[in-house]
Design a binder for this molecule. Structure first.
Ligand code: HAM
Length: 411
């Protein structure tokens, strides 16, 4: 049935049968991060556009092409959040969270918006769960963050995962390296795709991401940032690797791991899942030691990650969950119907999930509804207060006392 309106392109309704699976992912996230002492934070769905321009970076695809930006009635430019890290740093600064014991460990979940070309695993409105650890530059914080993402995905039993680990070094080391890479790319300019050529000046690292054949060939011989890390960056990276080894978390060092946000430095990581095809990244993040200062706060190191809920569900390939109900109340004669809502409330107070037909069908129709509702039991009430209790799976039927209903069903 196609009505006049549909959900906008790249967005989807979260229908009841899928909402439960969604809730399961978010619930697991809360459990895993709660056990690690993270506290939840929620920021608005939109922010000043300048926060993302400055925070995520003017040269990123997100800021250049993918933001849903609009003007409010006062002429201010606002943007639906494309990601959560810049807003959380804004909140950390705004609420003086530097006065709290450091690091501050925050967990979040919600909708994010990117004007991307929709395809399986890539939407214009999607859900992320994520954490930020703000106020520690120690490799222990890196290891804790990565281990938590690993534990979260393991608890969900996401199959075929691979952890990619890299380091982008410090801004100074990166600057030197970028100069080297830019002149290397310039020396082979004619072999690069037009898109990469256009971007060499603003973001040469993205050349590693290109699917273009000629560009890929050039990048195979390109100098690698991992080989250019200075002493402290190298030590930091080695220490993170040691900690992951000690924790038994497997990874592949990926010298070309580039992420689509400008704020990263030092550790970067991403979990991919082979089953997902083109959009194989389930979750990822990294260290962003310069971001809080860039947004006007005190110089504060931080690390975090986010994972895409839709991509997790695609990887889990979970079946849509059928409805479930403990007890369906049916009645034989119209005169009994009036007692049903009160009885349902009483039973619900005892923790039993109860449903009944809301369309005044005859008994046959009511029993069909009980089936559809996924009821384990159906109680058929007659005018003389007698009850026939039917176990839906076996079809067994027996007489029962109204007062015993709760205990039988709860058993
Ligand atoms: P991100 O890699 O841009 O990082 O997004 C994190 C995750 O969100 C991705 O791994 C992917 O699963 C999911 N995702 C991204 N875009 C889409 C989309 N269009 N449709 C469906 N899922 C999507 C960040 O957002 C950083 N804020 C992560 C972070 C936190 N770094 C440090 N702290």
């Amino acid at each position: 049935m196609a009505g006049e309106f549909q959900a906008p392109r790249g967005t989807a309704d979260l229908l009841p049968e899928n909402e439960e699976a969604h809730r399961f992912v978010v619930g697991t996230f809360r459990k895993v991060t709660g056990r690690a002492g993270f506290r939840s934070i929620e920021t608005p769905a939109f922010e000043d556009t300048a926060l993302f321009q400055r925070g995520v970076g003017d040269s990123t695809d997100i800021v250049r092409k993918e933001m849903f930006t609009f003007e409010d009635k006062g002429g201010r430019s606002l943007t639906l959040r494309p990601e959560g890290t810049a807003p959380i740093c804004r909140a950390w600064i705004e609420h003086g969270m530097n006065k709290l014991p450091q690091p501050v460990k925050l967990a979040y979940e919600g909708s994010f918006f990117r004007h991307e070309r929709p395809q399986a695993g890539r939407y214009r409105q999607f859900h992320q769960v994520g954490i930020e650890v703000i106020g520690s530059g120690s490799p222990l914080a890196d290891a804790e963050a990565i281990c938590l993402l690993d534990a979260f995905l393991a608890e969900l039993e996401v199959p075929d995962l691979e952890l990619h680990l890299g380091s982008l070094g410090s801004p100074e080391a990166r600057q030197e390296y970028l100069t080297e890479l830019t002149s290397y790319l310039a020396s082979r300019e004619s072999e690069l795709s037009e898109e990469v050529r256009d971007r060499v000046g603003s973001n040469p690292l993205r050349a590693f991401d290109s699917d273009d054949e000629g560009t890929s060939r050039v990048m195979e011989e390109a100098p690698l940032l991992l080989d250019r890390l200075d002493g402290e960056d190298r030590e930091h990276f080695e220490r993170v690797r040691e900690l992951l080894d000690a924790a038994g978390v497997g990874y592949t060092v990926d010298p070309t791991l580039v992420r689509g946000l400008d704020y990263y430095g030092r550790t970067v990581f991403a979990f991919t899942c082979d089953r997902l095809g083109a959009q194989s990244e389930i979750g990822g993040g990294g260290r962003y030691d310069g971001l809080i200062a860039r947004l006007g706060g005190p110089d504060t190191p931080a690390i975090g990650w986010a994972a895409g809920v839709e991509r997790i569900l695609l990887a889990l390939d979970r079946e849509a969950v059928a409805p479930e109900l403990d007890l369906f109340l049916a009645w034989t004669e119209d005169s009994v119907a009036g007692r049903i809502p009160g009885l349902a409330s009483e039973l619900r107070e005892k923790g039993i999930s109860v449903g009944f037909d809301l369309a005044e069908r005859n008994l046959k129709g009511q029993l069909k509804q009980a089936d559809r509702a996924g009821a384990r039991w159906t109680a058929i009430l007659a005018a003389d207060d007698s009850v026939e209790l039917k176990e839906m799976e076996t079809g067994d039927q027996r007489a029962a006392d109204l007062t015993d209903l709760a205990s039988i069903v709860a058993d």
